[in-house]
Design a binder for this molecule. Structure first.
Ligand SMILES: Nc1ncnc2c1ncn2[C@@H]1O[C@H](COP(=O)(O)OP(=O)(O)O)[C@@H](O)[C@H]1O
Ligand SMILES: [Mg+2]
Length: 588
């Protein structure tokens, strides 16, 4: 391999000369220890390299070795349950090798080379296969079947294929390509992380990614293959929300990219995520999760690698036909890394010192989400990658460049408000400023599978919440007496929507998850009370009596009962009828 020489070291950035064959984004080994780095600028034979490990001790004259290949990940059985760093080194393996403080230059392959996996072929010798075709399966663990695919771009006739226990590098099949050359297929593929994995075509993402979190599913829903961002100040609930989505959403595979700056932020993820239980299988959520973590002793450049490593893994599971949800927490840390590297490259800074290409890079990352028809020569197979990125703007300032550039590309915005978090209104998603651009796409699905009224009820409740905020302003200025009786009922209903529907405790087993049907029935109940309250008031019932009807207690508890037996909503409805409208038209 060709060698160059370091001429300059500036923090995580190293400049080297003499690498003539190297290309942009090639992986290089830096210094005597062979630290991992990636070429991010090339001028003649002068390469700027971002180094994924501490550069301390490196200096001019030290060697740099090209590898002739771009930064890539290994894809195959063994990824699920793993905790990797940004360049796919398994943290547990590294720890066993060198102790908990990572020694520089240590490498370990992303996939275990010793472990054997029971491979079951699904095609036979003689089959003609193309990239994307599934040739066999491995039951990777109790929860997920790993589908072994022909790598993209490869095509030919299977000449042999063997069931049995194999390592990821053992040939499991042989292929004769059209020009007659033979090629071994293994269970492992490698893929350059900066290149999106190919697919047949993108298709419209119109199925709900049900999260069980009511404010999300009903008011600001996400679709399978959709993109959402969740900005909010420290402590507003970004991580809890992302955990809930990871745990409960109707996706099969979870990729969690942790980009922490403060040491303890990352420790939280490393401690908490492995503790989560998968509510569907009862096994640890890690059985269907890959965690990509940047610990605080890793240099900033590694954050960038982790984002690409994570999304490439997500695409790989998508290609098998899975629904994948990728969470990046927090993308601000990645953006800050870009800013630092860009500064070292002495590029022309854009807004607030971020590079001018910040928006382009964020967009390119989110564009790798989507629902696709995968590569295959057989029956159509679809898979999706949904992306939820958290953003932690300094001081909660939503006008800063990372939030603004993210909003340009995402279609769902869950705005976390610290004022709500202070009031213990969780999830602290602000219903007045959040949005989802998927509402229309979801309409047919909602109409058919939830109820034709669901969208109407959702909009009615949203209108009530918006009206509440206008009326609240009046109340603040001139007092509650300034409101008409009907307006006071509306205020009461809005309160009920907030407390009985929007608020949801992520730590209560009986409140964590509501199905769409439950969400619809809960809205229906709240709106029925509203309607009957207005009628009763028109017929002369005093507001006090209406507001203190015993059924309100049942409505408030409905979300907890929420509800293995949906019949409870009929009972509540009949209570509303009897308590608010007695036979002679008087309120009971
Ligand atoms: N849905 C929720 N239910 C109950 N408590 C919540 C919820 N969301 C957030 N919290 C509370 O807020 C705290 C901070 O949330 P966290 O997700 O760690 O914030 P962030 O990641 O934005 O800094 C949590 O430890 C928890 O006490
Ligand atoms: Mg957090």
């Amino acid at each position: 391999m060709e060698r160059g020489t370091i001429v300059k070291v500036a923090g995580p950035l190293v400049v080297a000369e003499g690498l003539v064959e190297a290309r942009m984004f090639d992986l290089v080994r830096v210094g005597e220890q062979g630290l991992m780095g990636e070429i991010i600028e090339m001028r003649g034979d002068r390469a700027s390299i971002q180094v994924y490990e501490e550069t301390e001790g490196l200096g001019p004259g030290d060697p740099v070795e090209g590898t002739g290949a771009p930064l890539s990940v290994e894809l195959g059985p063994g990824m699920l349950g793993a905790v990797y760093d940004g360049v796919q080194r398994p943290l547990d393996v590294l720890e066993r090798m060198v102790g908990s403080y990572l020694t520089r230059g240590v490498t370990a392959p992303g996939l275990d080379r010793e472990k054997r996996w029971a491979f079951t072929p699904v095609v036979a010798a003689g089959a003609h296969v193309v990239g994307g075709d599934i040739i066999g399966t491995v039951q990777e663990n109790e929860v997920i079947e790993h589908r072994i695919m022909v790598p993209p771009g490869v095509e030919g006739e299977i000449t042999s294929i063997v069931a049995g226990d194999h390592t990821v590098t053992d040939p499991v099949a042989q292929l004769r390509t059209s020009d007659g050359t033979m090629r071994d297929l293994t269970m492992m593929q490698t893929w350059p992380v900066r290149v999106p994995r190919p697919y047949m075509r993108k298709v419209s993402a119109d199925e709900p990614l049900v999260t069980g979190t009511r404010v999300i599913d009903t008011f600001f829903p996400l679709v399978k293959g959709g993109v959402a961002c969740i900005p909010g100040p420290f402590g507003a609930g970004k991580t809890v929300t992302q955990h809930q989505v990871a745990k409960w959403s109707n996706a099969q595979v979870v990729i969690f990219i942790g980009c922490g700056e403060r040491g303890n932020e990352m420790t939280d993820v490393l401690m908490e995520f492995p503790e989560l239980t998968d509510p569907y299988s009862g096994f640890p959520l890690m059985k269907r999760t890959v965690l990509v973590a940047n610990t605080s002793n890793m240099p900033v450049a590694a954050r960038e690698a982790s984002v690409y490593t994570g999304i490439t893994m997500a695409e790989y599971f998508r290609d098998m036909g899975y629904e994948v949800v990728l969470q990046a927490d927090s993308t601000s840390r990645w953006a800050e890394a870009m800013r630092e590297i860009s500064g070292r490259l002495e590029e022309m800074p854009g807004e607030e010192g971020f590079p001018a290409y910040l928006g382009t890079k964020l967009a390119a990352f989110y564009e790798r989400a989507g629902k696709v028809e995968t590569l295959t020569s057989g029956e159509t197979r679809t898979g999706s990658v949904s992306v939820v990125g958290s953003v932690s703007p300094p001081g909660g300032d939503l006008s800063e460049p990372v939030v603004q550039n993210t909003l340009r590309v995402v279609k769902v915005y869950w705005a976390l408000q610290d004022t709500l978090a202070y009031e213990r209104h969780f999830p602290a998603i602000d219903w007045l400023t959040s949005y989802s651009l998927y509402l229309e796409k979801l309409r047919p699905h909602w109409d058919a599978d939830v109820s034709p009224e669901f969208r109407v009820r959702r909009d009615a409740c949203m209108a009530i919440l918006q009206r509440e905020s206008e009326l609240a302003e009046i109340v603040r200025l001139v007092g509650l007496e300034a409101l008409t009786a009907e307006e006071q009922i509306l205020m009461e209903t809005a309160k009920s929507i907030r407390e009985d529907f929007l608020q949801q405790n992520a730590f209560r087993d009986d409140d964590q998850f509501s199905s769409l049907k439950e969400q619809d029935l809960l809205l229906k109940t709240i709106l029925l009370f509203h309607e009957k309250a207005v009628e009763a008031q028109r017929e002369g019932a005093p507001l006090k009596g209406i507001f203190s009807a015993p059924v309100r207690e049942r409505i408030a508890r409905a979300k907890y009962l929420a509800v293995k037996d949906l019949g409870v909503y009929d009972e509540i409805a009949s209570d509303i009828e009897t308590q608010l409208v007695s036979e002679d038209g008087e309120v009971a």
